[in-house]
Design a protein around this ligand. Structure first.
Ligand code: FBP
Ligand code: MG
Ligand code: MG
Length: 340
């Protein structure tokens, strides 16, 4: 598909863009388009809550722990409620996997053809300090026939089965970036008009870059390959950039080039980030933009999920940088001392 043939001018509203691109999608019955609109609507509402979070009492912890053992922030819970409500009312989604809910959520829309995996609020540690945060979503077509609730087979599909994925970044401006497998496009929110407008058409990520993003606070338990790669970045005078909000670190590297790494560490032996609603959606986007994503060895999108909240290491960003990191990790396997 020649994306430029269907290039829509910057300034096109998200609604019009979705409508025009619908023909790109083999199942063009309008349901996926409506689902994307439902997500955009919830994002506008959550954006409003975030923008005024300092003024109203929604700062701080909610007082519960989620299935990850993390203290839920009030905005985690508010965003979760807003997205689930929008997906339930929209009618296109039968089942939801949410970071904030232990079990899969049945929406009651048994005719719904889609399953959504969502991280309602990403970067929770940055909520109260006015640093960019986000929402990450992944969309699958259900496998089981309609007319009943979606089950684990509908939910635990590999990332290659995604029909769409995206994120919202609530930063200096609010943007929605998504793919349906035909390139990646970014839309900037204009609050006074209440509309998302096409601002970043056909995003292509640079093949390489000079930025690396990793929490070096855990470097004492990095594997030799990761140590070697970080050292290589320093030797080559790369800039270290780590916001601590995956969406924000990913978005910067997507546009400017760079690599984000959350490896296995002593504290998080299987990695910290969740395959279904953090790694897979961003991996789909980065690949559509010409970049790469893996767990250090295996392509993220080909990992067969076993559980809804499983974690995996993440190496994502510019193709050449991810390949360099993978090469050093492979060396580590061959001759551990050589990689050190
Ligand atoms: O503080 P750490 O260990 O570096 O982890 C930061 C990472 O954890 C996350 O906050 C996890 O996401 P949630 O905030 O959605 O739980 C990522 O956004 C971020 O990149
Ligand atoms: Mg997250
Ligand atoms: Mg989260």
């Amino acid at each position: 598909m020649d994306h430029n043939k269907l290039a829509l001018p910057v300034g096109t509203t998200l609604d019009r863009f979705i409508m025009r691109k619908q023909e790109d999608f083999p199942y063009a019955t309008g349901e996926l388009s409506q689902l994307l609109r439902d997500i955009a609507l919830a994002a506008k509402i959550v954006n409003r809550e975030i923008n005024r979070s300092g003024l109203i009492d929604i700062a701080g912890a909610y007082g519960n722990r989620n299935v990850q053992g993390e203290d839920q922030q009030k905005l985690d819970v508010i965003a979760n409620i807003r997205f689930i409500r929008a997906l339930r009312n929209g009618g296109e989604v039968c089942t939801i996997i949410s970071e904030e809910d232990d079990d899969i959520i049945q929406t009651g829309n048994n005719q719904g053809k889609y399953v959504v995996a969502i991280d309602p609020l990403d970067g929770s540690s940055n909520i109260d300090v006015n640093v960019s945060i986000g929402t990450i979503f992944s969309i699958y077509r259900r496998i089981s026939p309609t007319g009943r609730e979606g089950g684990s087979a509908d939910c635990l599909q590999p990332g290659t089965h995604q029909v769409a994925a995206g994120y919202v970044i609530y930063g200096s401006s609010t943007m929605l970036v998504y793919t349906t497998g035909n390139g990646v496009n970014g839309f900037t929110y204009e609050p006074s008009l209440g509309e998302f407008f096409l601002s970043h058409p056909n995003i292509q990520t640079p093949k390489t870059g000079t930025v690396y993003s990793i929490n070096e606070g855990s470097s004492d338990s990095f594997s030799p390959g990761v140590v070697a790669f970080v050292q290589q970045c320093k030797t080559e005078k790369f800039s270290a950039r780590y916001i601590g909000s995956l969406v924000a670190d990913f978005h910067r590297n997507l546009l400017k080039g760079g690599i984000y790494i959350y490896p296995a560490t002593a504290k998080t032996p299987g990695g910290k980030l969740r395959l279904m609603y953090e790694c897979n959606p961003l991996a789909f986007i980065v690949e559509q933009a010409g970049g790469k994503s893996s767990n250090g060895q295996q392509r993220t999108l080909e990992i067969e999920p076993q559980t809804c909240h499983e974690r995996c290491p993440l190496f994502i960003g510019s193709k050449e940088l991810v390949e360099q990191a993978e090469a050093l990790l492979a060396q580590e396997k061959k001759a551990p001392e050589a990689a050190a």
